[in-house]
Design a protein around this ligand. Structure first.
Ligand code: HEM
Length: 520
């Protein structure tokens, strides 16, 4: 076509036409990444072509929570309900105002049903999990899996978790006896690996006994995403299919995928043959597969069966979404307790008092009475939320419910970010936002804050399905540590407050939460 154009305008050669076309492309590209938001009357952070509003976001050289916090603060200072940014070449809206956050996550949820995480059901079936899938398929799966997390089923699973905590106590005693500083992150990651191994895969993962156990090694590999991988998912999710084809950037490591599928299938089939009951997620997934509902479940539980090919993916996401989030939170709790001895003393006193009322045992019922301990965990998740931000993708064009010069419509496919870290450190909600203070979570303090000022597990229909399980697992671990040990800052360790690592999907702090562990 260009040649034809050049031929009918003899004064202009093919070269000039090509140059003009290229210039036009660059200019339109430039404007796409510099004025999409300003044309709609929305505050924006101007972007550089290709890179977008933040070179550091693009290169993954700074924690995304901090970058979004700067954008969020700009909007707050100007009284704007949102701020438009550019991630690579894509315009993305960052929601700031509490009403807008509520609209995106809850009220207008049908417009925001997806997260925009690419998955490939055919070639990488483990990626077709509850976290990634979208639309009606997600709605139906969520409906089927939700009853697996009721408090009754958590109670039934409690002995499995408790057994892992006892094993952790034994390893802690051995570590403490050595007198050497201990990486609590590593120890607790081994505990959460064992917990998910036994609850979601039905096996003894043995990560506490043997740090080189296969489950631990491949579990670590499962969350160790390469720089290129996180780049594509965070910056250019729409380009993932191309990246897969030309750069071989799979969504999952092949060895990891093979291992987790095999382990799950072997147990699933054994359970099917043996009719053995362990009250874990394997049992529950098996009931949904065979009966379309859970044993003892009421009518609303019976939402139909799950396709065979995506059952292992659901156990896998319980691992992926549950293991590092919980271990990271607990690791940072240990660091904070070591540096805040008053809080530690108060939490320990509560553990001793409550356990005395429960026969000296950490029982499921005792966990409910550990209210200050819960505040400690909540405060850690405020300062170190597992997700620096949450993404929603517009699934139907959406007219922004905010006053703008012209009506602003978010087109289908656009991403919206909810900047969790920035919200959690907003001085309007938390007067000393960087200070570790569990009193931010007294009943009175909670009442005084708007609803979406604290969202570590997300909100709305896509809220973390494993919330209850996570709180149970974390409280058991923390009570186990506090009743047996004192944690102190490791001598010479100056890594406080911990720095954030820039690249990982799930928030990670540097330094491995090293503390000095003293047996009581
Ligand atoms: C401290 C522990 C945890 C934290 C902080 C956490 C946080 C989150 C967050 C922020 C989301 C996204 C919510 C949203 O977009 O609104 C999420 C989703 C999810 N989490 Fe968790 N999580 C934790 C533990 C767990 C555990 C233990 C499991 C499973 C056993 C789990 C399974 C999931 C799943 C399957 C989703 C996707 C839900 C959906 O899209 O329907 N998480 N989690």
């Amino acid at each position: 076509m260009l040649a034809a154009l050049a031929a009918v305008t003899p004064a202009v050669g093919l070269r000039e036409v090509l140059l003009a076309a290229t210039a036009l492309l660059i200019v339109s590209f430039y404007f796409k990444t510099t004025d999409f938001w300003s044309r709609r009357g929305i505050l924006q952070v101007k972007g550089l072509p290709i890179v977008g509003s933040s070179l550091r976001f693009y290169l993954q050289t700074e924690y995304r929570g901090h970058i979004l916090q700067r954008f969020y603060t700009q909007a707050r200072e100007k009284g704007e309900p949102c701020v438009g940014i550019y991630v690579g070449t894509s315009p993305v809206l960052v929601a700031v105002d509490q009403d807008l956050i509520r609209a995106v996550m809850v009220k207008d949820f049908p417009h925001f049903m997806g997260r925009g995480v690419p998955f490939d059901r055919k070639n990488e079936p483990l990626t077709a999990n509850l976290f990634n899938i979208e639309g009606n398929e997600w709605r139906s799966l969520r409906h089927k899996l939700t009853p697996t997390f009721t408090s009754g089923r958590m109670r039934a699973m409690f002995p499995l978790v408790s057994a892992c905590a006892e094993e952790m106590a034994a390893v802690l005693r051995a570590e403490a006896a050595s007198g050497e500083p201990v990486s609590m992150l590593d120890l607790i990651a081994r505990y959460t690996t064992d917990v998910i191994g036994t609850c979601a895969f039905g096996i003894q993962a043995n990560a506490l006994k043997d740090p080189r156990s296969e489950f631990r090694v491949l579990g670590k590999a499962a969350v160790n995403f390469s720089h290129l991988h996180t780049f594509f998912i965070n910056v250019m999710p729409h380009a993932v299919p191309v990246a897969k084809k030309y750069f071989n950037v799979g969504l999952m490591d092949k060895a990891v995928s093979k291992f987790f599928t095999r382990v799950f299938q072997e147990n699933f089939e054994f359970r099917q043959r043996s009719n053995a009951l362990r009250h874990d997620f394997v049992d529950l997934l098996l009931q949904i597969k065979t009966k379309g509902k859970l044993d003892g479940g009421d009518e609303k539980d019976s939402a139909g069966k799950i396709d065979d090919d995506i059952i292992p993916a659901q156990a896998f996401i319980f691992f992926l979404a549950g293991f590092e989030t919980s271990s990271g939170t607990l690791g940072n709790t240990m660091t904070e307790l070591a540096h805040n001895p008053d809080v530690q003393d108060k939490a320990r006193a509560e553990v001793q008092r409550v356990l005395a009322n429960h026969g000296g045992q950490i029982t499921y019922e005792a966990l409910h009475d550990l209210t200050y301990l819960e505040q400690v965990i909540e405060e850690t998740m405020r300062l170190y939320p597992a997700g620096s931000h949450m993404a929603r993708v517009v699934t139907e064009d959406y007219a922004l419910p905010i006053p703008t010069e012209k009506p602003a419509v978010l087109p289908k496919g656009m991403r919206v970010f909810i900047p969790t870290f920035a919200i959690h450190r907003d001085p309007e909600f938390y007067p000393e936002p960087d200070k570790f203070d569990p009193d931010n979570f007294t009943a009175e303090a909670k009442r005084a804050r708007p609803n979406y000022a604290y969202i570590p597990f997300g909100e709305g229909p896509r809220i973390c399905i494993g919330l209850r399980f996570a709180m149970m697992e974390m409280k058991v671990a923390l009570a186990t540590v506090l009743r047996g040990f004192r944690v102190e800052p490791a001598p010479g360790n100056k890594d406080y407050p911990p720095r954030f690592r820039p690249q990982p999907f799930i928030t990670q702090t540097c330094g491995g939460n090293i503390v000095h562990l003293l047996p009581l």
